[in-house]
Design a protein around this ligand. Structure first.
Ligand SMILES: Nc1ncnc2c1ncn2[C@@H]1O[C@H](COP(=O)(O)OP(=O)(O)OP(=O)(O)O)[C@@H](O)[C@H]1O
Length: 719
C-alpha cells in the first residue's frame, strides 16, 4: 500500500475550505490511501526548483501540492491552494533532509534568496550581527543542522526582529535552532533542547530504512507530518481539521507526552497556550495504551481544579481517543468532586453537607473571634486555617506551635498561636456539630480514608492546571496512586495561579527533579497579544518587550492586531463601546460562540449582556451547565483554560481590579497582601491570554494600576 503523509499546513488549509471542496479533497486523496494511485494524474511544472513536487487537480479552482520522493511509494500532501497559487508555491519550494535530525524540511528557496538580498541592502557592512562567525563558527552551526545554503543568510541577520521576520522562509527546525542561540542558549543546550528533540521524535517513526533519504525522512517529521495508515485514518484526520493538536505534536510536546516511562512523577510547565493541556491529554492516551491487558476500566485518572475544566478535558479526550474501550480506561473528574464521591460513599452514599460560601465562612470566623474575645481579623484566622493548619494537616496545638508558617507575613509568638488555635478549634467544632465540611476538609478526609484502606485507586494520575491546587488536594492526589514509575504527571503554569495556593510539591512527597519540562511555543495567542499580556505581568512597558519575541523564553508563531486598550469616562460608555466592538467582530464573520467577554464581577458582564441582547446579539453566561448559543460572558475565573477567537476584558478599573474585597489589608499580613495582588494580576493575565486573534481591554473611571505598563497604548480621554 502507498504510504501517505499529511503535512500540518495541508490540514490548516483544508480546514478553511468549503464543505464541498473538502469532500473533493477527500475523494482525491482517498485514492492514495487506498493504494489505487495508479490512475492519479500528478502534474509536473516547467520551472520548478524541486522535480519531486507535483500538483494534482481537485476542482477547476483548487489544486493540491504533493511531494513524491523518487524512491518508494510514499506521497506527502503539502498544500491545497487555488490553482495559480498552488503552481506558484510548488515552483518556489524545495524539500530537503535536515543533516542533524534526518527530518524532512520544506524550504522556500525564492523567499530565502529575496530575504538575503534585502538583508544585504538594509544592513551596513559594519553593523552588529546576531550570529558572528567568531562566536558561531560554520562547524558549530552545521552540527546543529543549519546547512551551507542557510549559513550565508544567517551571517547577515542583525537582530532578533529580523530573525523573526525570516520565520516564514527558513526551514522550521533551523529557525528553532537559531532562535535558541539568539535567546542565549549555548550550542550544547540547543543541541539537547532542539536538535535531539527533533531527532528523537523522528526516530520513533522509522518503519523502513530507504536508500532515498527523502523517502525515509518523510516519516521523520513528527509535528509537521502525520503518516496515515489507510482511508479510515485519513477520514478521521480530515473530519476534524481544526483539532490539529490530535495529530501534530511539536517535537518538544511529543517528547514529554510520549516518553516511554518516567521513573517517578513528571511535570510539564510553560506559558499560556503552549499546549500543556494537549500534552496531558496525549500522556493519558500513551499511558492507556501501555496498560496491561487485564487493567480494569478507570485505571487512569485525568483531573483538574474545577468542574468546568474537567468537562472540557472530557470532551477533548473523546476527540483524541475515539476507541471507546481505550477511552474507558481513563476517568475524568475534578479533584474536589472525586474526593466528595469517596467521602460520600464512605458515609453510605448520603449527601455530605458542604459550606462553600466564602462570605459565610469569614463571618463565622468573625463571630468566633468576638465570642472568645480574641484580637484577630476574620480574614487572618481564615487564612491561617487554610494556609497553615489545613496545608500542613496540623491536628494538635503542639504541632501548630512547632510548625513553620511559610508564606505568612506576620510573626505569631507562642501565646498568640495558642489563641489562634482556640479560634480554630472552635471553628472546626462548629462545623462538626452541624455536620458540615469545606471542600478542603473533604480532600483531607478522603486522603486519610485512602491511607487507612492502603489501596490506591489508580495506576496513573494526570493533573492539569496544577498551579491552583491546595496542599490538602495534593495529599489526596498523592494517596490515589502508589508511588513509583509514572505515578503523577503534572501540567501547570505558576503565572496563571488564580486561587492563591502556593505549594512545595517536594514537601508533599512529590519529586519531579530531573523530570520537569518546559514548553515555549505558544499555539493559541498572537505574538502581539502575548507580548502585551506579558508586559502586564512583568511590568515592562510593551514597546521594550515587543521587539523581543522570546518574552522570557516564550514565543508565538502567530501574528495579528495589537490589543486595544480603551479608557472611558463612564461605565455606560464602556459598555456601548464593547457592544460596538463585538458587533464589528461578528460582522467580520466571527461566530458569536468564538467571542468572549470577561469581567471581574459578573454583574458588569450581565449588564453588557443585556446591552448586547438589545443590539440583537445572543449571549450566554458561562456557568456549570452546557453552554447555549451566543457570545460567551464569564467571570475572569471562569475563563481559565478556555480560548476564543476574540476576547473583551471589561472593567479593568481601580477598585475593581484588584478587587478590594479580595485583598488582605496590609496591616493584617503584608506578605498575604502582596500575594493577593499578584493573584489578581494573574487573573487579568489569564483573561487576556484566552484571546486567539483579537483582544480588547477597557476600563472606566480611573484605570487599574495593573494597566500602568501599557499606559502608552491607552486610547480615549485622559484624566
Ligand atoms: N501541536 C499542536 N498543534 C496544533 N495546535 C496545538 C498544538 N498544541 C497546542 N495547540 C493548540 O493551542 C491551544 C492551547 O493549547 P493548550 O490549551 O493545551 O495550552 P495550555 O498550555 O494548556 O494553555 P493555558 O495554560 O493557557 O490554559 C489549543 O487551541 C490547542 O489545541
Amino acid at each position: 500500500m502507498a504510504k501517505l503523509g499529511i503535512h500540518r499546513d495541508f490540514l490548516m488549509e483544508f480546514a478553511a475550505l468549503e464543505k464541498h471542496v473538502q469532500k473533493r479533497v477527500f475523494e482525491v486523496f482517498e485514492k492514495f490511501a487506498a493504494a489505487t494511485h495508479a490512475g492519479l494524474h500528478l502534474e509536473k511544472l516547467t520551472r520548478q526548483r524541486d522535480p519531486r513536487l507535483r500538483t494534482i487537480r481537485i476542482t477547476d479552482f483548487w489544486r493540491g501540492v504533493v511531494l513524491k520522493p523518487e524512491e518508494g511509494d510514499g506521497y506527502l500532501l503539502l498544500k491545497v491552494l487555488p490553482h495559480d497559487k498552488a503552481n506558484h508555491w510548488a515552483e518556489r519550494h524545495r524539500a530537503s533532509v535536515n543533516a542533524a535530525s534526518q527530518g524532512i524540511e520544506i524550504r522556500n528557496d525564492v523567499g530565502l534568496e529575496r530575504a538575503t538580498s534585502e538583508l544585504r541592502a538594509v544592513t551596513r557592512q559594519d553593523a552588529t550581527r546576531l550570529f558572528p562567525e567568531a562566536t558561531y563558527p560554520d562547524k558549530v552551526l552545521r552540527s546543529l543542522g543549519v546547512d551551507v545554503e542557510i549559513i550565508p543568510i544567517v551571517r547577515l541577520i542583525p537582530d532578533e526582529t529580523h530573525l523573526e521576520a525570516l520565520h516564514r522562509v527558513l526551514p522550521e527546525q533551523q529557525y528553532d535552532v537559531l532562535l535558541g542561540l539568539a535567546t542565549g542558549m549555548s550550542p550544547e543546550e540547543v543541541d539537547r533542547e532542539v536538535v535531539q528533540v527533533y531527532a528523537a521524535a523522528a526516530a520513533r517513526d522509522t518503519t523502513t530504512a530507504a536508500a532515498d533519504p527523502l523517502a525515509s525522512a518523510m516519516a521523520h517529521a513528527r509535528g509537521r507530518v502525520a503518516l496515515v495508515s489507510g482511508t479510515d485514518e485519513l477520514r478521521e484526520i480530515l473530519d476534524r481539521p481544526f483539532d490539529a493538536w490530535r495529530v501534530f505534536l511539536h517535537p518538544s510536546q511529543y517528547r514529554i507526552a510520549y516518553q516511554e516511562s518516567y521513573r517517578g512523577s513528571a511535570q510539564v510547565t510553560g506559558g499560556p497556550g503552549t499546549g500543556k493541556t494537549v500534552v496531558a491529554l496525549h500522556r493519558a492516551l500513551h499511558l492507556a495504551r501501555r496498560l496491561p491487558a487485564d487493567a480494569p476500566d478507570g485505571s487512569i485518572l485525568l483531573t483538574t481544579y474545577t468542574r468546568a475544566l474537567a468537562a472540557e478535558l472530557d470532551r477533548s479526550l473523546g476527540l483524541l481517543i475515539p476507541d471507546d474501550r481505550l477511552r474507558a480506561k481513563i476517568v475524568v473528574i475534578n479533584v474536589d468532586a472525586l474526593a466528595y464521591d469517596i467521602v460520600r460513599s464512605r458515609q453510605g452514599g448520603g449527601p455530605v453537607k458542604l459550606v462553600t460560601d466564602q462570605k459565610e465562612i469569614t463571618a463565622r470566623w468573625a463571630r468566633i473571634a468576638r465570642r472568645l474575645g480574641l484580637e484577630f481579623a476574620d480574614v487572618f484566622l481564615d487564612q491561617e486555617w487554610r494556609h497553615v493548619i489545613l496545608a500542613q494537616d496540623l491536628r494538635t496545638p503542639e504541632a501548630y506551635l512547632k510548625a513553620s508558617r511559610p508564606g505568612r507575613g506576620t510573626a505569631l509568638p507562642p501565646v498568640r498561636r495558642l489563641q489562634a488555635w482556640r479560634a480554630i478549634e472552635a471553628f472546626e467544632q462548629q462545623l462538626r456539630q452541624s455536620g458540615e465540611r469545606t471542600f478542603l476538609q473533604i480532600c483531607a478526609e478522603a486522603a486519610n480514608l485512602l491511607a487507612e484502606q492502603d489501596e490506591p485507586r489508580f495506576r496513573h494520575v494526570i493533573v492539569d492546571e496544577a498551579q491552583d491546587l491546595h496542599p490538602a488536594q495534593w495529599r489526596f492526589l498523592r494517596a490515589l496512586v502508589p508511588e513509583g514509575r509514572d505515578d503523577l504527571f503534572i501540567a501547570g503554569d505558576s503565572h496563571q495561579r488564580i486561587y492563591g495556593n502556593k505549594v512545595s510539591l517536594r514537601s508533599l512527597g512529590i519529586a519531579v527533579t530531573g523530570r520537569s519540562h518546559r514548553l515555549r511555543i505558544n499555539y493559541r495567542t498572537t505574538h502581539e497579544i502575548l507580548a502585551w499580556s506579558s508586559a502586564l505581568l512583568t511590568g515592562t512597558p510593551v514597546d521594550s518587550a515587543d521587539s523581543d519575541s522570546s518574552l522570557a523564553g516564550y514565543r508565538s508563531t502567530l501574528h495579528g492586531r495589537r490589543p486595544a486598550y480603551v479608557h472611558h469616562v463612564s461605565r455606560t460608555d464602556e459598555i456601548a463601546a464593547a457592544v460596538a466592538r463585538i458587533t464589528e467582530w461578528t460582522a467580520a464573520g466571527v461566530a458569536p460562540e468564538d467571542i468572549a467577554v470577561a469581567a471581574r464581577f459578573i454583574q458588569l458582564g450581565r449588564d453588557l449582556g443585556n446591552a448586547l441582547e438589545r443590539a440583537g446579539h445572543a449571549t450566554h453566561i458561562l456557568g456549570n451547565s452546557a453552554p447555549g448559543p451566543g457570545v460567551r460572558i464569564a467571570t475572569m475565573h471562569r475563563m481559565k483554560g478556555l480560548e476564543f477567537r476574540c476576547v473583551a476584558v471589561l472593567g479593568v478599573s481601580e477598585g475593581m481590579l484588584p478587587m478590594r474585597a479580595a485583598i488582605t489589608p496590609v496591616d493584617v499580613d503584608p506578605q498575604q497582601h502582596q500575594e493577593d495582588i499578584n493573584t489578581e494580576l494573574s487573573l487579568l493575565f489569564v483573561a487576556c491570554t484566552r484571546a486567539r486573534e483579537d483582544l480588547l481591554v477597557s476600563c472606566h473611571g480611573v484605570p487599574s494600576p495593573f494597566l500602568a505598563p501599557v499606559a502608552g497604548d491607552r486610547q480615549g480621554p485622559t484624566e
